[in-house]
Design a protein. Sequence first.
Length: 116
Amino acid sequence: MSFVDWHRTMISFDDFKKLELRVGQIKSAEPVSGSEKLLKLLVDFGEHGERQILAGLAKNYSPESLTNTSAIFIFNLEPKNLVGLESQGMILAADTPAGPVIIKPAVDVPSGSIIK
């Protein structure tokens, strides 16, 4: 199996439907002590509440540049402990040679809106 074949693992449509993608507004962002790349985000999902999400964005984004911006998140990802903190979701970002680029709605969308 070539690298390209391995890298493109196919999933079923039913598996894809399991992902719950939602718009969230980043209410605050701060560096994570002991990590050069992690930021701790407090994300508002509207009627679905707020969540703490850790993201490897610190080398490309300042906390101030993220505060009060909206992005797309995987909402139903199982929580994971990283450097002693719980991450309750994942922000979506494109992987580029210059580093991650956050996926954002093109227009204002209410927090908690589901992505279909």
